[in-house]
Each structure stands twice: as C-alpha cells, then as structure tokens.
Design a protein around this ligand. Structure first.
Ligand code: ATP
Ligand code: MG
Length: 727
C-alpha cells in the first residue's frame, strides 16, 4: 500500500505511517500547519479499505467546509487501487451535510431555511409585530441565537433577567415559532435536531454499527454540539481518529473550544497521540515566519516544525500609506508575476481579516480586469445592505426620479415596501412629481410623524447633492446611525456594532478620494457593472482566477503565492480583540468565568492564530502588507510581525513606516535551532510601493491624489487610470 502511495508521489514519513496504520481505538494526531494531517486522514481511509478490508461505507470522515469535503473525496479517489465505487461509498461530509443526511433518513421533511436575507426580514417583521425596539440588528440576534444553540441549548432556555434579554428572547422565540409553523429548519437546527436524534438508542445503535471508523479533520474548531454528535457516534467502539492543530483554533466565536483538542487524551483515556512535525507545504523561510509568530502564544502545545522544502524565498513586506496604495501595489505586483509567465492566476490567494478590509483590493481587481473569485463574498462593497441605502440617497440626490433607489428610503421611514411602492406608482400615474417621495407626505395611511419624516428626508436628499461626498456620508451617518449606535446597551450583541462602525468608517475612508457626489456615484456604479460582467464571464468558463478570501475561509487550503493584506494594528489583530474594545459576545464565547486579563489574552491569542493560519497557507511566496492607515485611522504595523522580527519595544521601534525593517530567521531542516541576536542582523528593508492616482479631470471618477508619505519610488511607472485609461 505504502509503495503504491509512493509511486503516486506521496512518500509518507514514519509518524504518518504509524497514524495511517493505527487500527482501533481513539487516536489524536496533533500537528502544525501543512504537516500532512489531512493527507493522513485520506491515506488512512485508503489503507482501511485496501489493506484492512474495511467496507468503504463504514468509514465516516467529517470536516468543516464542503470545499474541504470535496477535496477529501477527490484525494481518496486518487489513491492507487481504490475502485471508484469504493471512493464514492466513503462518507466524506461536513458536519451539516452528515446531520442533514441523518434527518432525512429518519423522515424529517422540513425545508432548509438558509437564506440570510430572508432570516433578517423575518426578524425585522417580528420586531415590528411585537412593537419591539429595533435597536438590535438581525445579524447580531441571529448570531447570538446560533452561539446559544451550539452549546446544545434551545431558545426557550435563553436568559430573561434584564429588559434587553426579555426583548431579545421574545424576538428569537418568534423566529423559532415562525420556522416551526412553516415547517422550516435553519442550519443550526440541523445540528441540534441531529444531536437530539442521536439521544435515542434505537437510532444511535444502528448508526454506531454502520460507522465503524470515524475521522474528524480540523478538530481544533469543533464546537460543543458538533463534538457531541461525534462523541455519541463513537461511544460504542471508540474508533475515533481526530486530527488538528491547537494553533489553528480560529472559531471560538462559533463555540469552538481549544480545550477539546488539548485535552483529548483526558476525554479518551488511553488514546494514542501521534505528532507530525515535518511541514511539506511551505518553504523554510515562510514556515519560519509562521513559527516566530505563533511561539508568542502561551496557551498551546509546543511544536517544533521543520520544513521538508527548500529555503525558498524570504517573505516580503510592504508598508503602503493606506489601503488604496496597498491594493494597487498588490494588483500591479501580481500582474507582473503573471506576465513573467511563471504563474497563473489560480496560484495566487489574497487573504484578508474581515469583510470590510477587502474593499480596496476588490476595487483594484475589478478595475484592472484581474480575474478573481471572492469566496463567500457578498456584493460589491457599495451594494452591501448597510451601504446601499446611503448610496441610494446619493443617487436620489442626483436624480430624484431614480425609482430603483427609492425602496432603500422606505425601510428607515417605517413604510412597508410593497404597499409604499404600489401607492407611489398609482400617484405617479395620476400626477408625476419631481420628487416622487413627496406623494407620501399626503398618504393618509401614514402617521403624522412619518409624513414629517418624509419631508425631512426630501430636504436631506436635496442637500446632499451640493455636499462633498464625505460630508454627505457623514451627515447620513449622523442622522441614520448615530442615535441607534448610542442607544444600544453594552450587551452581548455588540459584535455587530463593531462591524457596522467598521463598515461606515471604511465607507468614509473610501469616499475621501472623490470631489463630488456625482463622481463617487459614477465610480460605484461602474464598479458594480464591471463586477457583474466579470462574474458572468467566470461563471461561463472554468476559471483561472485569483482567490480572494478571508483567513477563516482559507483554513486547510494552500497556495503557491499568498498575499496577506492588512497586517496592521486594528485589523490583525482586529480592534474587536483589543482591550476595552472587545465586544461582550466575543468575550462570552471564550469562557464565562475568565478574568478580564485572561479574556484579553485569549482574544489576542486567537488573532495570533489567525496570523499563523494566514502565513502558513503559502507554499513558495508570501507577501505581507501593513497599510499605515485602515478605515481612515492610523494603523501601526501589526504587533505579530514586530514580535516575530524580534522587535520588543514595539512603540519605540514603530517610527516612520518606510523605515521599518524585517528580521528573518533560518528555519531549514539542517539549521533548525534557536538563533542568537546577531543572526537577526540579516534584515531586509520593507519594500516601498509605487503610487498611482488619476489626475485627469475628464475622468468620470477623478481620484484625488494621495501623497504617499515618502514611500513612493518615482522611478516606478504609474499604471494608467483604471477608469479613463489616461496615464
Ligand atoms: P493544515 O494544518 O493547513 O490543514 P495539513 O496538516 O492538513 O495542513 P496537508 O494539507 O495534509 O497538511 O499537507 C500539506 C501539503 O503537504 C499537501 O500539499 C500534501 O500533499 C503534502 N504532503 C503531506 N505529507 C506529505 C509527504 N509525506 N510527502 C510529500 N508531501 C506531503
Ligand atoms: Mg488539513
């Protein structure tokens, strides 16, 4: 078996072979990133089928994403000697798809209700129906419900001591009832119901008999409910193999407990533990940086990884003045790589920490016609649910008869969308108005305060046109969001407050480039149009495209070239993890009894693990950029880099961005030992980046010049403007 694997290009090392040949009983395989954990799982599947004659259908492999499950299936199918029918019979599934399979098998016929937008609408509807305050965003309510259920608890058991808690509970119970009446289940219900089914011995026993071998990938991120499901299935035979890396626990906000993997051998006394320490993925310098980053975490099992690969090239760092410069540098740089002919687009991944931190890079990729796929992405930044209403108000200020922009104004005025649009349509047929919204001021269905609000709204729309886009956004932000943001209590639902603030800050930062509302709206519309075009092209062809995704999504994946963007304080580590700003729900998700210093430490360690996951996705080339400002605020270089470079007193060393130096270490197999300080002298200057800006006033979106605070290199030819193509 192992010889045939070798012929297929996988020469397993001794501990890997030991794990593959592990017979019965619990086994924990703990290893750093890229050490072949997933490889061991798929190889063991092949071994069980081919050598141990285990029926393929009695093997269950569980992982987190359907992409990973698909990847596992194809890796199993590629093992020499495995018949296609056997490969198909192996159950390689995500937790959700496995749970759903069970529910369907046992006759549950509920529809799956997974449309987030529809969920939000339901929540809003319930809020209105009960006359409850809308101070809580649907996202935050649903995410708190989700976290609650992942502990195995139901909405009936939600706390109801304070007024906020009671209101929240009422809304969420309403949401649960709504689903029940309509015979629907959301994704969390799938897990919850499956776990409940498994409490019935008549159901559990046959399943335990069927799935004789259970293997879980990325075990460090299983939450309480997922673990319960696996635990029950394996309880009779204990043939449970889990693989994972405590350094890659990045889903604690979703209920993942690092303790489960750290204490697996306590949960399963007598479990075998095999550690893998040769990294086959990343070249030595890249792995070295990962090691230097993660070693600053206290709560971890120590691992010493060595790279099986070459020294390879050093990771490179760039310190652009801001996200615009960062994005244009990266896109220019990656285009050069493609033009040199050594790489194709699909070799490249761009990783970012949060959704809103990808706004600028997204724009550059679209405007410069780089084929890319954004995984799990919503729409263009300016079309996102939070931003679109603001954009629509700007659109209305330019053209009050823009009927597509009108629906956005109705929600905030408490006018029902369908009824409102119908009324408007009827009125317009009789007598068109320059400002169609004016009809609402005489609609008898509206209460006087609503009619008043419509008048105010028209006044605002008229005003916006003459403002700078920044002032316009700030004015709307003040009117639409500030009171809401201030009214919210510091309850556990503040996680989304952070997201809202961040999105609005990012919008303000983005809009600063434009002089007029007109040029800004033209830019956003052009972006949407080009993005749509690009998407339809991609759908048509099996695309060779750059992968743009969050670090969370990149878990378990690998790419020859990785750009990690936003390696600056406030983004990575994210502001929500920094001291006082940490939202209560993130704190609560970690550990209820923890002291505040412990919580702070834990939040920061999770951010550090994210940095580690990001860095260790790269095989050959790694580029890290630290923009000096993020969401319009100054942002020093990420402490994770400074720590890794051996810069202790970060405040002192930060200085002007272009002056920072990167220290690198040698982590090749032969020279793998602690380095003395003198080794650090082999530093490397952070790269400077070229700046571009469009100075042509005939451009539809005249992007104002951004002086690059001394980091520009005049010798770099500025690329042409992506919109008007002028140099
Ligand atoms: P992660 O922690 O990121 O999930 P992992 O531990 O699951 O990583 P794998 O994805 O299994 O690691 O392996 C990383 C890379 O190393 C893959 O490209 C895999 O094919 C390769 N690899 C694993 N083991 C070997 C081996 N013994 N010889 C050659 N290549 C190997
Ligand atoms: Mg893996």
């Amino acid at each position: 078996f192992f010889r045939s694997l070798e012929q297929a290009g996988i020469l397993l090392n001794a501990p890997q072979i030991k794990a593959v040949r592990h017979g019965k009983g619990p086994l924990l395989t703990l290893a750093g990133a890229g050490c072949g954990k997933t490889t061991v799982l798929t190889s063991r599947t092949g071994y069980l089928i081919q050598v141990a004659n285990v029926p393929a259908g009695s093997i269950l492999l569980v992982t987190f994403t359907s992409k990973a499950a698909g990847e596992m299936k194809s890796r199993i199918a590629a093992i020499p000697g495995i018949r296609p029918a056997a490969a198909r019979a192996v159950q390689a599934r995500t937790f959700h798809s496995f749970a759903l399979m069970l529910l369907r098998h046992y006759g549950m016929t509920e529809d799956i209700f997974g449309d987030t937008k529809a969920q939000h609408t339901i929540i809003k509807m319930i809020q209105r129906k009960h006359g409850l305050s809308d101070a809580f965003q649907p996202e935050s309510l649903l995410s708190s419900l989700s976290a609650w259920k992942m502990e195995g608890k139901t909405a009936d058991e939600l706390p109801d001591t304070s007024r906020e808690e009671r209101e929240t509970k009422q809304i969420l119970l309403g949401y649960e009832a709504w689903k029940k009446e309509r015979h629907k289940m959301d994704f969390d219900d799938i897990l919850l119901h499956a776990n409940r089914l498994l409490s019935d011995p008549h159901i559990l026993r046959p399943l335990q008999q069927r799935f004789q071998y259970i293997m879980v990938d990325e075990f460090q991120d299983t939450n309480g409910l997922q673990y319960e499901i696996v635990r029950k299935l394996a309880a009779a035979h204990r043939n449970l193999m889990v693989v994972g890396d405590d350094d890659q626990t990045i889903y604690t906000f979703n209920g993942a407990k690092q303790e489960v993997i750290l204490e697996f051998d306590k949960l399963y006394p007598g479990a075998s533990v095999i550690t893998l320490d040769i990294n086959y993925r990343s070249d030595a310098h890249i792995l070295g940086l990962g090691t230097e980053i993660i070693k600053h975490n206290k709560k971890r099992r120590y691992k010493r990884l060595v790279s099986a690969g070459k020294q390879g090239s050093q990771p490179l760092y760039a310190t652009p003045s801001g996200v615009e410069e960062e994005a244009s540098w990266i896109v220019g740089h990656l285009q050069e790589q493609i033009e040199n002919g050594q790489h194709s687009y699909k070799d490249i991944a761009i990783l970012h920490r949060t959704a809103s931190s990808s706004r600028a890079i997204f724009e550059q990729l679209v405007l410069k016609d780089v084929p890319f796929i954004q995984h799990g992405a919503g729409p263009v930044f300016y079309d996102q649910s939070l931003v679109k209403p603001l954009m629509d108000h700007l659109r209305l200020s330019l053209n009050p008869r823009n009927f597509e922009a009108i629906p956005s104004t109705l929600g905030p005025l408490y006018i029902s969308r369908d009824a409102g649009l119908l009324y408007l349509d009827q009125q317009e047929k009789q007598q068109p108005k320059k400002y169609p919204l004016i009809h609402f001021t005489r609609w008898e269905q509206l209460k006087p305060f609503q009619q008043e609000a419509v008048k105010e709204r028209i006044k605002l729309i008229k005003l916006l046109k003459s403002m700078t886009p920044l002032a316009a956004i700030q004015e709307m932000r003040r009117q639409f969001y500030d009171s809401y943001m201030e009214s919210g209590d510091p309850s556990i639902y503040t996680h989304y407050r952070e997201t809202i603030l961040e999105t609005l800050d990012e919008l303000e930062a983005a809009v600063k480039r434009f002089e007029t509302v007109e040029s800004f709206v033209a830019f956003a519309d052009e972006l949407t149009r080009r993005h749509k075009e690009m998407e339809s092209l991609q759908a048509a062809s099996d695309s060779d495209a750059v992968q743009l995704m969050t670090i969370h999504r990149a878990k378990g994946l690998e790419f020859p070239i990785v750009y990690l963007i936003g390696a600056s304080e406030g983004i990575l580590p994210h502001s929500s993890a920094l001291t006082k700003e940490a939202p209560e729900d993130r704190k609560a998700a970690l550990n209820t009894g923890a002291s505040s210093t412990e919580v702070e430490e834990a939040l920061l360690e999770e951010e550090r693990r994210l940095a580690y996951v990001a860095v260790t996705r790269a095989k050959k080339q790694l580029y890290i950029t630290s923009p000096a400002s993020q969401h319009g605020k100054p942002a020093p270089v990420s402490r994770f880099l400074l720590e890794a470079f051996g810069i202790k007193d970060s405040q002192e060393q930060r200085g002007p961005v272009s002056e920072r130096k990167a220290y690198t270490k040698d982590h090749s197999r032969s020279k793998e030992k602690e380095h003395s300080r003198s080794d650090r002298s082999s530093h490397q200057r952070m790269e400077t980046v070229p700046v571009w800006s469009c100075t042509s006033s005939s451009c539809p979106a005249w992007i104002r010049q951004h002086p690059a605070q001394g980091t520009s290199t005049p010798s770099n030819k500025p690329p042409s403007c992506p919109l008007c193509k002028s140099a």
